[in-house]
Design a protein around this ligand. Structure first.
Ligand code: GDP
Length: 295
């Protein structure tokens, strides 16, 4: 069993206290533990370092050195800072349009189609919306099928146009269909590739420009570690997306990608995916994620 970070910090500072004065150097040593924990949780090293530097200054400013339980105080400081770094309060999604159009982006395998279904189900059951799912992957008939299977599971209509090779035309037709059909939310599932490529970026940028969605979401697999950050950066440069969806948090990752992505693109993480089933979706709470990352 590993000690929790809180225990580690507490005993580190207590041992030091027994040997005379606690100094700035000792605090720095202690923060090395924090940095190690962050890097173990997949946080980018540079970001972890910047983070602990900020915490160090705050710790010295707040008399952590003379506190009764310096370890606990330090952990609280670290947790509060992490929470703030990941966005503070949870953010919702913009449903002000009529219909509200939500464009999904991300690499193939990130969990886009699954999350499109989860979001439709969430909006239907929790927000009393009447969503329409749209299959825009014109390259993989299997992806269109997959969305139909998802739609059937949750009782949500799926719009598709097999054979049509123009995702902009399909999206526009789907929005027109939603208007005449009483759907107040349109969720557009787009084609992804296994890696970032120019054709994919141009295609989704064209859809984005043509339909001007209320909300553009970037879906990323939390298990992909550092790659997640590079992918987020590339998509954000082209789409200036509104929020991030972190999937597969039911796996054994600590979820450090959340911190790295937020630091690099400065966009809120809005939801997390916690399983393959349609109800495995949660609003993202920065403080819960901070707990998970710190262990
Ligand atoms: P897409 O290519 O981006 O549309 O990705 P899919 O939605 O097809 O998902 C790829 C795989 O990841 C599928 O096997 C999904 O069942 C699985 N998946 C998606 N989201 C999650 C999640 O939150 N947790 C787990 N464990 N698996 C997920």
């Amino acid at each position: 069993m590993f000690d929790s970070l809180s225990d580690k910090l507490d005993s580190a500072l207590h041992v030091l206290k027994g040997h005379g004065q606690i100094t700035e150097v000792n605090v720095a040593e202690t923060l090395k533990e924090v940095r190690r924990a962050l890097v173990d949780a997949d946080v980018n090293y540079k970001i972890a370092k910047e983070f602990t530097n900020t915490v160090k200054e705050k710790a010295l400013g707040q008399n952590v050195l003379t506190a009764l339980k310096p370890g606990q105080m330090m952990v609280k400081l670290v947790k509060d800072e992490l929470t703030q770094l990941m966005g503070g309060e949870a953010e919702g999604i913009n449903l002000s349009g009529n219909p509200s159009v939500i464009l999904m982006s991300g690499l193939q395998g990130s969990g886009k189609t699954t999350f499109s279904g989860k979001l439709a189900n969430y909006l239907k059951t929790k927000k009393s919306k009447n969503p329409l799912l749209v299959a825009c992957d014109v390259y993989r008939p299997a992806a269109i099928n997959q969305l139909h299977v998802v739609g059937e599971q949750i009782g949500v209509e799926v719009y598709s146009d097999e054979g049509n090779q123009d995702p902009v035309a399909i999206s526009k037709a789907a929005i027109a269909h939603a208007k005449s059909n009483g759907n107040n939310v349109v969720i557009i599932d787009t084609a992804g590739r296994l890696a970032i490529d120019e054709a994919m970026m141009t295609e989704i940028a064209n859809i984005h420009q043509a339909i001007e969605p209320q909300e553009t979401l970037f879906v990323v697999d939390s298990m992909t570690g550092q790659d997640a950050v590079n992918t987020a950066k590339a998509f954000n440069e082209r789409l200036n997306f509104d929020g991030v969806i972190l999937t597969k948090l039911d796996g054994d990752t600590r979820g450090g990608a959340a911190i790295s992505i937020k630091s690099v693109v400065n966009k809120p993480i809005k939801f997390i995916g916690t399983g393959e089933k349609m109800d495995a979706i949660d609003v993202f709470y920065p403080s819960r994620m901070a707990d998970r990352i710190l262990g």
